[in-house]
Design a protein around this ligand. Structure first.
Ligand code: SF4
Length: 62
């Protein structure tokens, strides 16, 4: 996968799902940043996909 494509895909996902995410905002308010971050990584399919794309981004050279 091309690096630019991966970056674009990450941006698009962040814009579409994460910007203004109600769950994250609530968790951050009630449990703190780390709790919200943990939820994104462990329990959200969007977070799971972002993690996958992050790994892909590290694999591609350009
Ligand atoms: S990863 Fe999921 S829970 Fe976290 S901000 Fe994005 S959409 Fe919200």
């Amino acid at each position: 996968m091309n690096k630019l494509i991966v970056i674009r895909e990450i941006d698009e996902m962040l814009e579409t799902y994460c910007d203004g995410c109600f769950i994250k905002r609530e968790l951050k308010t009630n449990g703190g940043k780390a709790v919200a971050h943990r939820f994104c990584i462990d329990h959200c399919t969007v977070g799971e996909q972002l993690r996958f794309l992050g790994i892909e981004l590290n694999k591609v050279k350009n």
